[in-house]
Design a protein around this ligand. Structure first.
Ligand SMILES: [Zn+2]
Length: 158
């Protein structure tokens, strides 16, 4: 799996992680695409039912049920492709708790590492069911189409 996502959506996850600090944030990732390349289309922030623990998360299942129902009813090609949460110790790798809680190999996990309220890194992972651990998932951010004059190629005639 390769995740393609706009920089604005990555920033939205980082912002949510910083806003939730010192608790963990969490939410669902909606996207579409078949095969290897999956495009993130939007995020749905969810309540972290374990927010008061500080270093755990449990995504409110009611949010997931509602999103699944909404997607089904609108007949869109979008689906839940994964979820995101934050770590308050700065790591963006799955914790021992994450490994213990993971059971859906189809879902991408995006983790935002936060240190002192600042998002420092964002990594994506997916459960390798066969080996019972996580494997890295590449995040691709398409380059903006808008031309920026500050990035203009230097003139050859100079
Ligand atoms: Zn975690």
């Amino acid at each position: 799996m390769i995740l393609q996502t706009d920089a604005t959506l990555l920033k939205a996850m980082a912002d949510a992680a910083e806003a939730a600090f010192p608790a963990e944030c969490c939410g669902l990732i909606i996207g579409r695409g078949k095969g290897q390349l999956v495009r993130v289309t939007r995020l749905v922030p969810a309540t972290n039912l374990l927010a008061e623990t500080g270093d755990r998360f449990e995504l409110d299942p009611a949010v997931r049920l509602k999103v699944e129902r909404d997607l089904r009813e609108t007949g869109t090609k979008d689906r839940i492709i994964g979820h995101y949460h934050s770590h308050t110790d700065g790591t963006a790798d799955p914790s021992a708790t994450d490994r213990a809680m993971a059971f859906e190999p189809d879902l991408a996990w995006i983790i935002v590492g936060v240190v002192d309220g600042q998002a420092v890194q964002t990594l994506a992972h997916r459960l390798d069911e066969k080996h019972g651990n996580f494997r890295p998932v590449q995040i691709r951010t398409p380059k903006p189409i808008v031309k920026n004059s500050a990035c203009a190629e230097p003139s050859l005639s100079a």
